[in-house]
Design a protein around this ligand. Structure first.
Ligand code: XMP
Length: 555
């Protein structure tokens, strides 16, 4: 499987999780109204970010939301009328990798600057503004990449007012604005950027060369907050939780008196989507949890207890382990394993859906990051994300999709989940691949004996990781069972048994990862316990490979 395929196939838990570095919350804003959850269709104050291809474009929208203003990322060439229709409070032009002078560089339509709303250009966005309006943009003798000293000029103008005269910021550019366009004031400089910020407050146009959205710009949140509150005049305070009432109303409007079904995987996305729909439809939602027998220890019980018993969701628990294992007998090739599990999953799900009867709606935990990847502005339908990501759902099911998380980033889903009382165990669960433990039994057939060993070893590792308070810090921590045997001595006997590999990684998005430096005493405890408590294992090893060159999973 290629990296791209894998990325597309990640579990709902692992899909595009964006790491939120800790940073100061924006200060209390006197006079800001807590945003009353809007009824369906009622306009929410929003700021649109136009994406010129920057690495951090998504993060800008995230940060704006963290400042309490709803924000979405749209392609830079989205038709003007679509922007006007939405009546945003302001626009932000993102950074981008191109030089404004490159042949195919994305261009700025000057009409965007004349909509009568403030526009903030960041990095490439600022350079575009400068070039279009008659400023001077050139390649600087040296680029600025990383931490850079920013010095304010003349109090920083209305955009940077009140910030320290000299401060650190984070830059990533080679082209630089040497002269602001006529009518603009230069607000700051840095060693290689004579004009590192500018504004024309009369026309409501602002530009900054540095990236306020990254954690290495300590005053970034303040800059964004000033832009949003003082300059764009945003008054409401949006929060992820305010989506709850809005979505409940939207789901009721969409489904009417109909019925919906939702495949639960135990991951936070499908769980949260299910809870929102449950709040809207009550008994008219049926959740289906297909237990393929390759879940982690106690996972199935936890799903049933939490959803059916504690949260009162109508849940069908299908114990389909035998079916899956029968089909997996003798299969060694990892892609064949994935394919079989995917096909079987769809079959089981279809059968259960037929039993539920007249459900015309299928609930999916599609996230905003999935929507962005598929085109961002809804021009292209989001790819249907099977909750198990092991093959997609059958077309002939002909159900309408209900996707209440389409506007939310992963962390926001967690906030909504917590607000909906989803047990913490689910809210913070580490990513887990759809095919489950099957892709962690490497180089041999998946069978009950191996699954039991791996499941027990994995549970021990998780217990130790949690006891060391490291669970949330790790992107994933798990065990792998290579199907080889090696010699050991246990008691007076020679043993000939499986090794268990401990794999623990830190990562922001699963595209790259570093092996986690787990403390030696944790490793020692986990190793001892795995060998003592899991018959069939006589050796524990640690995987110290980063990604790249390795992958997170072994198969
Ligand atoms: P790799 O191993 O490619 O994994 O570094 C990146 C992320 O994807 C998850 N993963 C999968 N998720 N089905 C899934 O639903 C799969 O077949 C699959 N393979 C890898 C992996 O756990 C990690 O979070």
């Amino acid at each position: 499987m290629s990296d791209a395929q894998r990325a597309a196939a990640v579990t709902e838990d692992s899909a595009a999780r964006v790491h939120v570095p800790e940073r100061s919350a924006p200060g209390a804003d006197p006079g800001i109204e807590t945003h009353a959850p809007s009824a369906v269709g009622m306009a929410v104050e929003e700021v649109l970010v136009l994406d010129f291809g920057g690495q951090y474009s998504q993060l800008i929208a995230r940060r704006i939301r963290e400042c309490g203003v709803f924000s979405e990322l749209l392609p830079h060439d989205i038709p003007l009328e679509k922007i006007v229709e939405r009546a945003p409070k302001a626009l932000v032009l993102s950074g981008g990798p191109a030089s404004v002078y490159a042949e195919d560089a994305p261009v700025l339509r000057t009409e965007l600057l004349a909509l009568g709303i403030p526009v903030l250009g960041i990095c490439y966005g600022m350079q575009l503004m400068a070039k279009e309006l008659g400023g001077r943009v050139e390649q600087a003798p040296a680029g600025e990449f990383g931490r850079t000293e920013l010095t304010l000029r003349e109090g920083g103008g209305s955009l940077l007012e009140g910030l320290p005269e000299s401060q650190q910021c984070w830059m990533s550019h080679r082209d630089t604005v040497f002269e602001p366009p006529p009518g603009f004031d230069a607000l700051a400089s840095s060693p290689e950027s004579p004009v590192a910020a500018f504004e024309d407050s009369e026309r409501g146009l602002y530009g900054i060369q540095f990236h306020p959205e990254v954690v290495h710009t300590p005053y970034g949140t303040e800059v964004l907050t000033r832009f949003l509150r003082e300059i764009a005049g945003c008054r409401e305070r949006w929060s992820a939780a305010s989506v709850i009432d809005e979505q409940v109303a939207a789901i009721r409007a969409q489904v009417g008196e109909g019925r919906a079904i939702c495949g639960l995987s135990g991951g936070v996305d499908s769980a949260t989507a299910a809870l929102l729909v449950h709040r809207a439809l009550g008994e008219r939602l049926t959740c289906v949890f297909v237990d393929h027998g390759m879940m982690r220890k106690d996972e199935a019980t936890q799903v049933v207890e939490s959803f059916r018993d504690r949260l009162g969701v109508s849940l069908v628990h299908v114990d389909a382990a035998d079916r899956f294992l029968d089909r997996l007998a003798g299969v060694e090739d990892p892609e064949a394993k994935r394919k079989i599990i995917g096909e079987e999953f769809i079959r089981v799900f279809e059968e259960e859906a037929a039993r539920v009867g007249d459900a015309g709606y299928l609930v999916q935990g599609t996230l905003y990051s999935d929507v962005i990847e598929s085109g961002g502005d809804g021009r292209e339908a989001a790819t249907i994300k099977s909750h198990h990501n092991v093959g997609g759902l059958p077309e002939e099911m002909e159900m309408d999709l209900v996707e209440p998380l389409r506007k939310l980033f992963k962390d926001e889903v967690r906030a909504v989940a917590a607000e909906l009382d989803l047990p913490g165990r689910f809210v913070w669960r580490q990513p887990f691949p759809g095919p489950g433990l099957a892709i962690r039994i490497v180089g041999g057939e998946v069978n009950r004996e191996r699954l039991d060993i791996l499941r027990d070893a994995d549970a021990i590792l998780q217990e130790e990781v949690r006891a060391a308070d490291l669970y949330r810090e790790l992107w994933q921590s798990f065990c792998v069972l290579p199907v080889v045997r090696s010699v050991g001595v246990q008691g007076d006997e020679r043993s000939y048994a499986y090794p268990i590999v401990i794999r623990a990684v830190t990562s922001d998005d699963a595209m790259t990862a570093d092996w986690a430096r787990l403390p030696y005493d944790l490793l020692e405890r986990a190793s001892n316990r795995i060998i003592n408590e899991c018959p069939g294992v006589n050796r524990v090893t640690l995987d110290i490979t980063s990604k790249p060159p390795g992958t997170i999973e072994w198969e």
